[in-house]
Write a protein that binds this ligand. Structure first.
Ligand SMILES: *[C@@H]1O[C@H](CO)[C@@H](O)[C@H](O)[C@H]1NC(C)=O
Ligand SMILES: *[C@@H]1O[C@H](CO)[C@@H](O)[C@H](O)[C@H]1NC(C)=O
Ligand SMILES: [Zn+2]
Length: 319
């Protein structure tokens, strides 16, 4: 195409209205429209790289690392650190005050939590998680985004380990006990139903409350990317395989209340997950505790366990 035509096309697109803006060339992207969905992201930033996320984690292929003990979270129980909730049009994002610190073996520094958000499908009967475990998805996925040494986002994107994300699955189940924290969270959704809406939080729930009783010693670790454009390959992923069990109405609330545009006549915010990316030549590591899972019919002999227990006990982290 003759480039001289481009300005004319932009003017035409502007005259034609909203349809054009969702497919413009300035890096606008979406999840489901074939014009701006994940198949088109390769041209944006690093999305066509070799260290992309999310992935399917094949647990028998993960390399056991006895040094990977429980992650240590400081400040996550403080409800006052949750400042505001915002509908970005592609997710619901919660902004965090300074003071939430993540420390874990395999991470080269202390990481500070900046925000968290979620991914979901269109209801509780279809997986909406980004990562899969052994080809199985979960109802939703929670991402807590941290930067290394409290770097700002710009600087974190320049460091191959600039960002650490903790990923937790949510699974809708009819038998889940009611969750005060998730009830409080979903009660706020109506205040951010439209894209661009932001609401202050009231200290009624904490991040630790949302995480429920998930075992922080059981996780997979691998090097990957942001799962949205520009898909920067700067993320150290920590994925916890044991889901947070939540009632069906918690999972149903997100796709039914939230909209992806600033009009309540517009489309709902649904299916905001990126498809699986190939692992390539990367290695996924399994934490120490995953080796001694009560659920796994362990082939490990007790004698083989002793050095393992000693090496994990020797490395404890304190903040
Ligand atoms: C993405 O990478 C593949 C494999 O390296 C290549 O064949 C393809 O042309 C790339 N696509 C874009 C849009 O860069
Ligand atoms: C990020 O931090 C660096 C170093 O402190 C600073 O130079 C830069 O202006 C900051 N960028 C933004 C967008 O705040
Ligand atoms: Zn995410």
């Amino acid at each position: 195409m003759n480039l001289a035509w481009v300005p004319h096309l932009i003017v035409l697109g502007t005259l034609l209205g909203a349809d054009y803006t969702s497919t413009d060339t300035a890096g606008s992207w979406c999840y489901k429209d074939p014009k701006c969905g994940p198949e088109t992201w390769a041209a944006l930033g690093h999305c066509n790289g070799t260290r992309q996320s999310p992935i399917n984690i094949v647990t028998p292929a993960a390399v056991h690392n006895p040094h990977l003990g429980a992650v240590s979270l400081a400040g996550y129980g403080d409800a006052k650190k949750l400042i505001s909730m915002e509908n970005t049009g592609t997710t619901v994002d919660v902004h965090l005050a300074d003071g939430l610190h993540l420390c874990a073996q395999g991470l080269p520094a202390i990481y500070t939590a900046k925000s968290f958000h979620l991914h979901w499908s269109q209801g509780s009967d279809k997986p909406g998680s980004e990562h899969f475990i052994n080809y199985k998805g979960f109802s939703m996925e929670l991402h807590i985004v941290h930067t290394k040494n409290n770097l700002n986002k710009t600087d974190a994107l320049k460091d191959p380990e600039g960002i650490a994300v903790l990923a937790f699955f949510l699974q809708a189940t009819a038998h889940a006990r009611p969750s005060h924290s998730w009830d409080s969270f979903t009660r706020h959704l109506k205040n951010v139903a439209l894209k661009g809406k932001k609401t202050n939080l009231d200290g009624s729930f904490s991040l630790r409350g949302l995480l429920s009783s998930v075992d922080l010693a059981r996780y997979y670790r691998y090097p990957g990317s942001l799962t949205t454009p520009t898909c920067d390959e700067v993320v150290v992923w920590t994925v916890f395989p044991d889901p947070i069990l939540v009632p069906l109405d918690v999972v149903a609330a997100f796709p039914s209340i939230l909209h992806s545009t600033n009009s309540d006549a517009g489309p709902r915010l649904q299916n905001n997950y990126r498809p699986l990316q190939s692992l390539g030549d990367r290695q996924v590591q399994a934490s120490a505790a995953l080796r001694v899972a009560p659920s796994s019919s362990s082939t490990l002999r007790p004698a083989a366990l002793i050095p393992l227990l000693i090496s994990t006990a020797a490395i404890t982290w304190h903040l």
